[in-house]
Design a protein around this ligand. Sequence first.
Ligand SMILES: CC(C)(COP(=O)(O)OP(=O)(O)OC[C@H]1O[C@@H](n2cnc3c(N)ncnc32)[C@H](O)[C@@H]1OP(=O)(O)O)[C@@H](O)C(=O)NCCC(=O)NCCS
Length: 325
Amino acid sequence: MSNRAVVRAEGAILDEILSATYDSWHEGLSRTAYARYYAAQKATAWGRVHLDRLALVENDAVLASLKVYRFDATLDARPVRVAGLGAVFTQPAHRRRGAARELIDRVLERAAGDGADVALLFSEIGAEYYARLGFTAIETHEVALRVNEPARRGAPMTMVRGGDDRDLDDLVAMGKTRAAPYRFSLDRGRDLIQHAIVRRRLLAGLSPIGAREVRFYIAEEGASAAAYVLVRVRGAEWTLEECGDRDPTGARVGALLQVLLAREPAERRPEIMAWLPPGFLPPQLTVIDRQPSKDVMMCRPLSPNGAPATALGEADVMYWKSDMF
Ligand SMILES: CC(C)(COP(=O)(O)OP(=O)(O)OC[C@H]1O[C@@H](n2cnc3c(N)ncnc32)[C@H](O)[C@@H]1OP(=O)(O)O)[C@@H](O)C(=O)NCCC(=O)NCCS
């Protein structure tokens, strides 16, 4: 008789999952660092409450597993609760027998019972598999940016310093204002923003020395943050994970990036990859390439409250790379 259950992945079960998923998602970390990276994400103020890993087990054998992230969000001007699914994985010996589907169905049923309105995921395997599970794709594009450097070399006049926890309230306020016109966005409170920054720093810290860096910088005005950037650096590849600016045009974000670039050796002019809120492009930046995102953003309503008034399109959604899971 089948004896299947969905359980929280801890101890030996978690270890088995980490061993099985390591090859797919290690991001250059050692096996030990990969385990520490997950444990540390679960240990942030946000992770403790909002992140879980669940497994479908049968007689103590793990069949499939996934991560669930609980977010608060805004959809068509009403508050919604989001269940984010990540790292969906079926142990190789158990594939093609519906284990992932069963786990997703059971997890979403439970999430809906707990009040979730929308399920959200980023598919690494195209849209088809999840479309069969009722998810709809929202088109998103990744842009490659170039920073226009001022003719006279040198940093523009902006007070720039490293960011830290005392800036979080300013970041929350900037994010809220920026998100207001969009139909769908996450409600990014202090803990979520801190989690996003800590996650990037952890990955850099656990990676081989020099492989990755994180730059979190603030443009200061008075004693407070008037703009910020969170940039992930991997060799010559920069990713603008998120940014914010009290100036609607984003001119201070552009100036911040100019300052960071002015500190680079002259021969190094990285391309900056980003997801930018639709319609937002700081004046100092030029889009030099635009491609459909590799990971397909998909969502599925779980309650009447989670059904968008009309289908969501790219222009309706504000979502930072930092919040990708
Ligand atoms: C994707 C995955 C979770 C599916 O698990 P599963 O328990 O075998 O899933 P189901 O039995 O419910 O469905 C099997 C179907 O998944 C789909 N599928 C599996 N891998 C796929 C891939 N790489 N691309 C597109 N579709 C895929 C296929 O439609 C497959 O049906 P088929 O074998 O008849 O072609 C599993 O293959 C896996 O763990 N892959 C490696 C990790 C991964 O890529 N996870 C997805 C991250 S978004």
